[in-house]
Design a protein around this ligand. Sequence first.
Ligand code: ATP
Length: 291
Amino acid sequence: MIETIDLTKAYRKVRAVDGLSFTAAPGRVTGFLGLNGSGKTTTLRMLLGLTRPTSGTALINGRPFTELRDPLREVGAVLEQGISHPGQSGRAHLAGQAMLAGAGRARVDALLEMVGLAGAAHHRTGDYSLGMRQRLAVATALLGEPRVLILDEPANGLDPEGIAWLRRLLRDHANAGGTVLISSHLLAELAQLVDDVVIIAKGQVRRATPLAELSGSDGVRLRVRGRDPVRLWHAFEAAGATVGGDGQALEVAGLSAEQAGEIAFGVGVPLYELSTDAPSLEQIFLELAAA
Ligand SMILES: Nc1ncnc2c1ncn2[C@@H]1O[C@H](COP(=O)(O)OP(=O)(O)OP(=O)(O)O)[C@@H](O)[C@H]1O
């Protein structure tokens, strides 16, 4: 379980995180989404005890990171690339980290297998592709068999096969009762991976919802053309809709197609066109994230 309560981080000129409250629940993969500079990394760093909050609380399994009894066994994180020495092999890197985490050799080999790096385990990490470095970072995060996983932009650099691998890995982790928080600045990148989304902008939560409920009916817009646009405009507004237009057609939010058709019929205006335009997930995200 991950929880932030009124979490705030102010730097001299910016409030990077501004009263942020959200939870990421066990058994779920939660996407933490925002545009560049919206405060994602700062939030994750506060959760991991790397940045001190100005105020508010960041909790992992009910405690601040600094009060966790055995942090490496409770939370694993992928924060940035370049954690390994480029001259070191992937295996040597992981074995070194394993000593810190109190994990044995068998675990190192099992993890290299699990992240698909067994064949490249003895190559220098300096020769790894971005995707391979991401896989090594995920293996490192999993060393202590933590229940909570925090991943900052892990899909970055992964090819479709890598994304499919990450999806399975995160799903298995959540299905086993683990908590996963994964950040990105692209909803499309996470749409196949996550159960829930927390969308932030300017350090504040704009929407926290199961992904399936993000594209609710409130985002649907109608495109309406009829013989008397002005009359239609007034009739739709009188019914509580928000109406815009481009001269050709009216753009109507807040009504279903059925309601709009009935209203047009009621005021005696023949319709030439009535279509619904459901925004894509990416459009909804951008609208929320840019607000
Ligand atoms: N150490 C710091 N000192 C001053 N300002 C900072 C510091 N760290 C972050 N910021 C500012 O806080 C804001 C949020 O940054 P943060 O890195 O958390 O965003 P982000 O959502 O992770 O962005 P990105 O996707 O680009 O990594 C930005 O305006 C950034 O410039």
